[in-house]
Design a protein around this ligand. Structure first.
Ligand SMILES: [Cu+2]
Length: 196
């Protein structure tokens, strides 16, 4: 887990995490946190009138991702960060005089693999005198992959919304070989194939 996070609540449904930032007097605690893409941050009020406003000290971003009150009527504000990068934010009332601002650093790469990363079937068939090898993959939707086969040929692609991907090679030499897939999330899997 990233250093500087306060309380971290794991959600049951997925690997997504909710990170807590407390309003403590005229500051955010912790002011700067690092999270993974898809995680959420929940700001928690304790006293006074504040806002959680996207922007660099001390102005509002021209296209703010969020601009929420944090006060007795709005005691929490939660936002999910789906894009890697650094998102600065301020309190509108206390940024300039009290340095009440912070930042959320969103790390990409999915924060690890989902466990579905695998090579399924590797059919290789002769068509019109050429061997065509298909390498069928499963993984997390949106994740990228590179597949390399024994003759050094490689192909890349993206796992589709149904969790499947495919790499097609032609021509492929006769005989056996191994297909190795490296996923964007870091997983590496291999499977043998055999061509006529
Ligand atoms: Cu404030």
């Amino acid at each position: 887990m990233a250093a500087g996070c306060g309380v971290v609540l794991a959600t049951a449904a997925s690997a997504q995490t909710v990170h807590i930032v407390n309003q403590a007097g005229d500051s955010f605690a912790p002011a700067d946190i690092t999270i993974q893409q898809g995680d959420s941050v929940r700001w928690v009020w304790s006293s006074g009138l504040h806002t959680v406003t996207h922007g660099a000290p001390c102005s509002t971003d021209p296209n703010p991702l969020f601009d929420a009150p944090l006060d007795t009527n709005n005691r929490t504000f939660e936002f999910q960060f789906n894009t890697p990068g650094v998102v600065p934010y301020i309190c509108r009332f206390h940024c300039a005089f009290m340095d009440m601002f912070g930042s959320v650093t969103v790390e990409g790469g999915g924060g690890g693999c989902g466990g579905d990363e695998a090579i399924g079937k590797t059919p290789c068939k002769n068509r019109d005198g050429e061997n065509i090898l298909k390498v069928k993959l499963t993984g997390a939707p949106g994740d990228t992959f590179d597949v390399t086969i024994s003759n050094g040929d490689s192909k890349s692609g993206t796992i589709n919304s149904r969790g499947k991907g495919k790499a097609k090679f032609r021509p492929v030499p006769s005989g056996g070989g191994t297909a190795t897939a490296t996923f964007g999330c870091g997983a590496e899997v291999s499977k043998d194939y055999s061509c006529p």
